[in-house]
Design a protein around this ligand. Sequence first.
Ligand code: FES
Length: 142
Amino acid sequence: MTGISTDKRDTLLAMITEEQRTLGFVSKSSMFSMAQWLGIPVAEVYGVVTFHTFFSVKPQGKHVVRSCKSVPCHLKRSEMVASWIGDYLGVNAGETTPDGRFSFELTNCIGACDQSPAMLVDDVLYGDLNQERVAKILKSFD
Ligand code: FES
């Protein structure tokens, strides 16, 4: 983020975080309102929302599954984890199940490299994943 003050940047991040926490996504109208309130271009707001993998510009499912795609997990075959998640849920990364129960996202490092491959379901971290464990974890949310 460039061209805006640290105070405005901090305020923007707080506003986006609250919107994401409250609604589960950051709507286009909210981005316009934030930009107007802070006196910054809406492109700046959009850039922040889309840069951070934990913010979304579209409504998400009741549970959000985030599979790590960064190098340490990749070296432990995280692409297989993503495949198992996708197969179990019946959606691709970036999609939400038709019943709205799960959204599936790929994400950068979630701070569990020592347990790679790893994923988050909502705010809960799961590591040392294999196909059986992924299925068991996701089934526990059914
Ligand atoms: S690279 Fe996957 S948790 Fe760090």
